[in-house]
Design a protein around this ligand. Structure first.
Ligand code: NAD
Length: 347
């Protein structure tokens, strides 16, 4: 059992809110990680059937910290937060989502959200009807549209900078790229990388998702979920869940670079980054490359346009260039350099 205050100290988390609703069985956590860069905090809401309370807390603490890092890295005057709902998809009813929205609304706009893993736009629309503080919904629900495509574009722009560093060219043509997860972001990754003429090997735990991708893009190869991390490829792109790079998985990786949208890819960041370094795998820090979603959310909060959001993702390229420049000229790993960049911007 975790000690909550000890976890708050460890993750530098300022505030944490819990909700249990006996009617819908909603179990929700909202973590406000940091208000250093702004009183208003932003972060997605995720629904997962966590195996226990510790796992739900781990996600809330880690993901809200990642939001703080993301907002600082892009120089936004917004703090980092995250909401997690610990329920199964079967339990996800309109009443449960309404209950969550009312809980979130009590924070009176200090926490703003967008739909994340396990949540869809219909859920987001229910939130919006009960609590206006949500971005990233489709136009028909009054939003700026999905953030998945903007996030995918940011990941790919970062990948190109990484490719230039490793292979001497930004072109991803004929590069073999393995994608784990074909959801909101992963689906767009396939679309955009197909246009770049990359060779794609993809996987998802949902067979229907695979079938629909295969129908749309017959040339992509499909691997079983258990094999995607052992495939020989140029770039591995994790676009599903966190914690997948760890003491068990890193030894069998056969890629040269990792660049994907999933949050908290490294299970134990300081140890796992060293494991990747030893294998000479270039790691582009997740919270730097996947900032496209929050970039769009901030533009939406300020009533800007999708075009503006796409323009603003150039900050991701700038950050990755800065990190790789320092990486080339120092003994530090890419994660340490990214963390230092964030620390400077949090001051
Ligand atoms: P999503 O729920 O739409 O898609 C995730 C996909 O991954 C699903 O199709 C799911 O079946 C699959 N999946 C889950 N576990 C898997 C596994 N073990 N192996 C293979 N596939 C698996 O989520 P999303 O919006 O595409 O986000 C993907 C990741 O990117 C998440 O970690 C999310 O936090 C992160 N992220 C998303 C955004 C965004 O704009 N949506 C922004 C920043 C970061």
């Amino acid at each position: 059992m975790n000690n909550i205050f000890e976890l708050m100290r460890k993750y530098n988390c300022e505030e944490i809110y819990f909700k249990y609703d006996s009617g819908t069985k909603l179990r929700a956590i909202i973590a406000i990680n940091s208000t250093k860069r702004g009183e208003m905090c932003s972060g997605g809401v995720r629904l997962r059937n966590y195996k226990n309370e510790d796992a739900a807390l781990w996600d809330a603490f880690n993901l809200s910290l990642a939001m703080t890092q993301k907002c600082a890295a892009i120089n936004a005057n917004v703090g980092g937060g995250k909401a997690v709902i610990w329920n199964s998809k079967k339990e996800k009813t309109p009443k449960l989502i309404t209950s969550f929205a009312k809980f979130m609304c009590k924070l009176d706009g200090r926490f703003r959200t967008a739909v994340d893993l396990g949540m869809d736009f219909e859920d987001g629309n229910i939130i919006k009807k009960n609590c206006p503080y949500i971005e990233g919904l489709p136009k028909k629900y009054g939003g700026l549209g999905t953030e998945g495509d903007t996030t995918a574009q940011g990941v790919i722009r970062a990948m190109k900078i990484g490719a230039e560093y490793l292979f001497g060219t930004k072109s991803l043509k004929d590069k073999t790229i393995a994608i784990q997860g074909l959801g909101n972001v992963g689906g767009y990754m396939v679309e955009f990388l197909t246009k770049e003429a990359a060779k794609l090997i993809v996987t998802d735990i949902d067979k229907k998702v695979i079938a629909s991708i295969k129908k749309k893009y017959p040339k992509v190869m499909v691997a079983p979920p258990s094999k995607i991390m052992n495939i020989k490829c140029d770039i591995f792109s994790p676009c599903a869940i966190g914690g997948i790079l760890n003491s068990k998985t890193i030894s069998s990786l056969r890629c040269q670079m990792i660049c994907g949208s999933a949050n908290n890819q490294l299970e134990v960041p300081d140890k796992d980054i060293e494991r990747l370094e030893k294998k000479k795998i270039l790691y582009l820090p997740d919270y730097i490359v996947n900032a496209g979603g929050i970039i769009q959310a901030i533009v939406e909060m300020n009533r800007g346009t999708k075009e503006e959001a796409i323009r603003n993702i150039s900050v991701i390229e700038k950050n990755i260039k800065e990190i790789l420049e320092k990486y080339k000229n120092s003994m530090k790993n890419t994660l340490t350099i990214a963390n230092e960049l964030v620390e400077r911007r949090l001051k």
